[in-house]
Write a protein that binds this ligand. Structure first.
Ligand SMILES: [Mg+2]
Length: 182
């Protein structure tokens, strides 16, 4: 817990940080590419690319498919060590939040699955405020909801995109503990 000393709020990424979402991303990428193709778009390599490329009905279908995989992945997710840190910080009365690239419903489902619903003062997913990480918007929105300014907060995540998000938001960043077994 020493790593959190001196910060007025700690924001956590979700997937790969607090829990591991059990999602077959290769399959999601294939299925989203199929949706694009069936709507006359050039297929993309990743589901995130598909989200950016599609409009109208295709965008709605990609969004729904992705959210469905994420929600089911949340129900089958497993807990990572930082979940205990989130719980301990919350129990100590420290402001906390979760800021994720996943849809908000999946984030809330994962937190509920692991008894952490009350541990996060704010939950921001990719569909909560508009832009998604590494845009700093979601992280800044999470902090606004905890009433803590960026320079007083720490963001904990598992990816370079999380680190870039923190840098752009003017928030200190720490990589989550390495996980040696899952
Ligand atoms: Mg992550």
């Amino acid at each position: 817990m020493d790593r959190y000393e001196g910060y007025d709020a700690v924001v956590f990424d979700l997937d790969g940080t607090v829990v591991h979402l059990d999602v077959d991303w290769a399959r999601v990428d294939e299925e989203t590419a199929d949706i694009l193709e069936s709507h006359g778009y050039r297929p993309t390599e990743t589901a995130w690319g598909a989200l950016d490329a599609a409009d109208g009905d295709a965008a709605a279908a990609v969004t729904a498919l992705l959210a469905d995989h994420e929600r089911r992945g949340a129900e089958r997710s497993w807990r990572l060590p930082a979940a205990d840190d989130l719980r301990a910080l919350a129990d100590a009365g420290r402001p906390t939040a979760v800021c994720s690239l996943n849809c908000e419903a999946a984030v809330r489902a994962a937190l509920a699955e692991h008894g952490l619903t009350d541990a996060a003062d704010a939950v921001v997913g990719r569909d909560t405020v508009g832009p998604r990480k590494p845009d700093p918007g979601p992280l800044l929105a999470a902090l606004r909801r905890t009433d803590v300014p960026p320079e007083r907060a720490l963001f904990v995540g598992d990816s370079e995109s999380d680190e870039l998000t923190a840098t752009r938001a003017g928030v200190d960043f720490a990589y989550v503990y390495p996980v040696t077994s899952a």
